[in-house]
Design a protein around this ligand. Structure first.
Ligand code: ARG
Length: 544
């Protein structure tokens, strides 16, 4: 659905040939929007601004949308949307099966690489952000009709498995009895052992070779470590109410057999060269090469990502690939994309985007970490928020805090502030939604029926309707720019407009057509709130 603002903007643009720079009117008596376009054109043309404004008004036919236009002060043009047009826009949302969203005319296949925790390690705050942000993109793009293919690129391969398996054998542990926390403790023990014991270190290296060679006992232990880790990840996903399932798993090990193929291919075409015993790819503009295979024959993180891109483009037919990974990996992805472009794995018409995000800070403004200086397990954060509020509210608080400022920024994890039902928080938006539900419930209990939004005379209700008509555009913008904070900011504005409407306009205490129209406006607002929160991955309870 197009907003009334955008409709009007396009009409004025067509007549003036320039951006009208429509601004919300500062006072209700000036209408809804104001443009200074005549003042700007007058300067260029050297004519009196009010004359230019009069010319524009004479040529502009917006009578279907607006009351007769007014020229104000030195030459501003004031636009007042007709109240029946506002009412129809609000009703349209209520009647639209998509709740005002614009289903894409060009559906794409979009791969989203997100969450991606590492086996035998608990998910930490970085994975919290990736999971929340990636899930929001997933919901937004799906809702616009795109085919989203989530890819959970878990860290399930690498040299660390040598020491993990060796430690399990040393301790005579049954790996199936581990849970994720005890697997992580095992990881720590193995690491300490490795540093302290040269013989253990050597056995661990040999164990890596056995794993790569497919030794059955080693593979079995490796698989069990994955299983216990997945059980832990899935419990957290369930707790976080995200869309990821085992179907979306495509860990690093998926690409094992592709790694030599990719290296061979890149080397034979001269894109990669052997340098000091290692296979590397130099890319213009980067001062260090991507290492594809080290001197000992081991493949790197970049090689796996190259193989993943190749798979995503050729097998998954991706039109767009989105990576939701912390900002420190920006260089890695830029380099991988550059090599993939050069190799033709990533054709020009396939978009690849790394959405880097900032850190989560503790109350002291420093990187959020445990007393020992290690990353905080994600479940600890969830516990902390749940100590302040019920689970669905605590979760709303965390997700909203994560999504509501520009992703690249760091943000402070302050559970007490985040769960407040006032201010710019998730629970505040949930509350606005629950309030609409409550009014509609009361109307039903009192047998008051309503249909469309028909009369909208009060400025506060008009402003609410105007805002509701922008919902579809806001979501389109989030899909394009991958900036969820725009949706958060929009919903916060809707909640504010709703509060002003509620204050100025009695709903159940009014009568006749005004009452039914206001109830319909409440229902339209509820639709936008519920849909908007759902796109953020936030539950919208009917009661709070
Ligand atoms: N497992 C990595 C980590 O925890 C993130 C992987 C991101 N995705 C990728 N395709 N490299 O940092």
């Amino acid at each position: 659905m197009q907003s009334l603002e955008a409709l009007l903007d396009a009409r004025v643009r067509a007549v003036t040939g320039v951006d009208p720079e429509m601004r919300p009117a500062t006072k209700p008596q000036f209408g809804h929007f104001q443009s200074n376009v005549a003042l700007r054109l007058a300067k260029q043309e050297g004519r009196p601004p009010r004359d230019v404004a009069a010319d524009i008004v004479a040529r502009l036919d917006v009578s279907d949308l607006c009351e007769p236009l007014e020229i104000a002060g030195p030459g501003f043009i004031n636009f007042r949307i007709r109240s029946e047009v506002l009412a129809a826009a609000a009703s349209a949302i209520l009647e639209d099966a998509e709740g005002g969203l614009n289903i894409s005319a060009h559906p794409q296949r979009v791969v989203i690489d997100y969450s991606a925790p590492n086996v035998a390690k608990q998910m930490h705050v970085g994975h919290l952000r990736s999971t929340i942000i990636g899930d929001c993109f997933n919901r937004v793009l799906r809702s616009l009709g795109h085919t989203v293919i989530a890819q959970n690129h878990i860290g399930d391969w690498g040299r660390q498995f040598g020491m993990l398996v060796e430690q399990i054998l040393d301790e005579d542990l049954d790996p199936s009895t581990l849970d994720l926390a005890s697997a992580e403790a095992l990881y720590q023990r193995a690491n300490n052992h490795l540093k302290a014991d040269e013989d253990f270190a050597m056995r661990s290296r040999d164990r890596v070779v056995k794993l790569q060679a497919g030794d059955p006992q080693t593979l079995d232990i490796w698989q069990q470590l994955i299983n216990v880790s997945l059980a832990g990840f899935n419990a957290t996903y369930e707790r976080m109410n995200v869309l990821l399932t085992d179907q979306d798993l495509a860990g690093e090990s998926t690409y094992n057999s592709d790694l030599p193929v990719v290296c061979e291919d890149l080397e034979s075409r001269g894109i990669a060269v052997v340098d000091d015993g290692a296979l590397v790819a130099f890319v213009p503009g980067f001062n260090s090469p991507a290492i594809l295979r080290n001197q000992r024959g081991g493949y790197g993180y970049a090689t796996t990502d190259l193989a993943a891109i190749r798979h995503r483009v050729s097998d998954l037919s991706a039109d767009r690939i989105i990576y939701v990974v912390g900002a420190p990996q920006t260089f890695h992805f830029e380099q991988v994309f550059a090599v993939a472009r050069e190799a033709g794995y990533l054709p020009e018409d396939v978009v690849a985007q790394h959405v880097g995000f900032g850190q989560v800070l503790g109350a002291d403004g420093k990187k959020f970490s445990t007393r020992e200086g290690t990353a905080v397990p994600l479940n600890v954060l969830l516990d902390e928020a749940e100590a302040e509020a019920a689970p669905n509210i605590a979760l709303a608080a965390i997700k909203y805090a994560d999504l509501s400022s520009s992703l690249q920024k760091d943000y402070t994890f302050d559970a007490q502030r985040m769960v407040q039902t006032s201010g710019d928080t998730g629970p505040y938006l949930q509350y606005a939604h629950a309030r609409m539900c409550q009014i509609l419930r009361r109307a039903e209990a009192e047998d008051i029926s309503f249909g469309a939004v028909t009369v909208l005379e009060e400025p506060a209700e008009q402003q609410l309707a105007l805002l509701l008509s922008r919902f579809g555009e806001v979501v389109d913008e989030v899909a394009d720019s991958l900036a969820p904070h725009k949706l958060c900011g929009y919903l916060y504005d809707v909640a504010g407009a709703l509060a002003r409407f509620y204050e100025a306009c009695p709903v159940l205490k009014s009568e006749g057509e005004v009452r039914s129209s206001r109830l319909a406006l409440c229902a339209a607002t509820k639709t936008v709130m519920a849909k908007g929160l759902d796109l953020l991955g936030i539950d919208a309870p009917d009661r709070m």
